[in-house]
Structure formats: C-alpha cells, structure tokens
Ligand binder design. Sequence first.
Ligand code: F0G
Length: 410
Amino acid sequence: MKAEDVTFDFLTDSGTTAMSANQWAAMMVADESYAGSRSFHKFKKAVTDIFGYEHVIPTHQGRAAERLLFSVIVKPGMKVPSNNHFDTTRANIEAMGAQAVDLVIPEGKIPENEHPFKGNIDLARLESFCKEFKDKIPLGMLTITNNTGGGQPVSLENVKGAAAIYHRYGIPFILDACRFAENAFFIKSREAGQSDHTIAAIAREVFDQADGCMMSAKKDGLVNIGGFIALKDSEWVLELRNQLILTEGFPTYGGLAARDLEALAVGLHEVLDEDYLRYRVATSQYMAKRLNQMGVPTVLPAGGHAVYLDAAKFLPHIPRHEFPGQALACELYLQDGIRSCEIGSVMFKEAASMELVRLAFPRRVYTQSHFDYILEGFEELCARKNELRGYKIIEAPAFLRHFTAKFERM
Ligand code: F0G
C-alpha cells in the first residue's frame, strides 16, 4: 500500500523518527570526506561517551551490524542464547548455520502477566545452558528492550546476572541495544534504588556489564537510517573492519553518509532526555489502559515502543486459521487509516503462540490528540466487532509470507 494512503502509520518505530532542528542543523555541516571525516569522530565520541566502548564500527542499519559480527565469530553448529532474538538477528545467526536460542523468563510469554521486567532472561536456564554448551557459544546476548516479547524491559539486576554467567564461562556478552534509552527509563521508574539516577548513568551501568553492543540506530538513535557495533576490546576489530570494507564501506562511514553520522551523534544524546522518555512511555501506557477499559485486550504492561493488541481474545468468533490478527489489522486500516502489523499465524504459521497486532509508535511524530482520535475509532470498532470476518490466503510465497501474501475476506 502507498504510505500516503495511510493516516496513522504504526507499522514500525524503526527509521520513522521525526528529527530535531539540532539534528538537521548538524547534517548541514557534515564533512563528507571518504576517510577520517570530522563527522565520524563526532559520532564515535558520542558512542564512546554514552556507551563507554572504545571501538566503534558504523553500519547502515542493525541487521548489517548483525551480519558483520556473526560472520566473523559465529560458526556452523554453534548456539547463541538471548532473552528473545529479533527476527533479523535470528535469521543472521541461522544463516551462519548456528542456532539462536530464546531463554526469556516464563512470565514474558503470558500476555496478561504484569511482571515489571518481562524481558528478563531466565538466569537458571541460562546457567545450565552455558554449562552444557560453553564450548559452542561464541557470544551471549540480551535484547533491550525485548521487542519480540512485546517491547518489555530487562532489569539492571538481570543484566548483571546474565553478565556474571556469561563471563564465568568465558563467553563474550553483546547487547542488542536498539531501545537502550527506553530500557533505562523503565529501570529508573521500576527498579528499587534506581529512581535518583539519570538515564545516562543507568544506561552506562548497563553497558559496563557487557563487552559490547550492536545497535539499530533507527530506534533510540533517533535517526532514519544507521547502526553500529561498539566493543570494549580490540580482539575482533581488525577482522570486522576488513569485512566492513568488503560490503558496507570504509571504516569511518560504514555504508552511511557523514551527514547521517552527524544526525546520529546528536540523536544519541537527545534520546537520554527524561521528559521525552516519560512522554513516550506514558503514551503507550495511556493507550493500553484506555483500550483495556473499553474491552480491547493488550499485552500487559504496555511496552516502550508499541502496544500489542490481543486479537484472538478481542475477536473470539474468528478462528485462528482465519487469522484474527489480520482481520483486525485490515479493519483498523479500513475504518481509520491506521497501518499496523499482524504478529500471529500469518507471520509464524503453526508456531504462533499468540494472535497479536502491533501498533508501533514512531518517535516524536504523534501527539495526544492523534491518540485520542484513534481511541474514538476503537470505540466504534468495539460496537461492531461481531461484524468482522476472517481472512483466507489466496497467494503466498514459501518463506516470510507475511511480507507479500495476498488475502481475501471470508
Ligand atoms: N534488533 C531489534 C531488537 C530490532 O527491533 C530490530 C528492528 C533490529 C535488531 C534490526 O535492525 O531494522 O535496523 O536492521 N526492528 C524493526 C521493527 C524492523 O519494526 O521492530 P534494522
């Protein structure tokens, strides 16, 4: 569908940020030198100041960082544990012939469970997993916040626990940090003893536990394109830079224009603004609360970047093989011009454990008035939800069918 035919675009929070005046201003003074540009050094300084990692390798987005790192350190038959791997992370691990293993806590799989840190990794299972397979684990990961599990945060205590286990078995610990500022805000507001600390201090303490991170800067970098790998030690750096030159570009731009690096250097600082983060998290919590009050069930508590609607519960008259999530996503567009995304049986086929619809919120784009308008639409939808029909697939590719399948209403 053409984006201009969409009124509220909640397909993703990735690369859809509205950039600030300061970011645009920084882009105007970018130094587009092929090698060693001033803009790279500004970007590197921002990453090192905030994350504390000395070695910084730019990439054009998150999955390029994943492919690069895994191609250097992951070998066939290996295993990579995390709370939940994001789709592209999993696919890039599997592309190396290795296995991506999800060890999120049991509460993280129950939509209505209100555990404050549903993104936590199960430390007991991680311990026994590392003990059994330590020679086959090239790195251990944690995704902050846990996108696949509903944008749920990981506590500082859990990060420390995972770090202790990984390091006890000599396993490098790499964070998938694309929503690190939202995660730090949740730690500040929910974890005992953290309320007096700044977002920057909390984020830094999280990063201090790990050996490095990969980041899709299209989220908490507040930019439309960009990513990076940042590492404490230099062990992998030479090989990563050589591989980077092969596919992304010279190590001081890595597939980006210098103006993108300028915008990112500013965005990484802006995202630490606590007022911005409070407004953002309050928005998704407000949406979830109002939706629940009118009888639209959601994953609880609301995540940082998105609200996940429970379509199976909302539309019990549509059986799973008729795709209740797809039915809801289509109706949201037809009624109010809202673009969302099914995360259920269309996406995962028989492996789907839930029938969800994700409303992911672009950063600094929508205001309270937009959300109130959308909530009025949901009230109308609730009144006539029994009229909604299921869908059948009339055309689908063999792999990743949710991107291109065609449907017909029953
Ligand atoms: N890791 C996580 C946790 C992500 O959410 C994403 C992207 C990536 C890695 C990959 O980064 O898109 O820059 O290559 N998530 C987007 C989403 C696409 O809509 O959730 P990328």
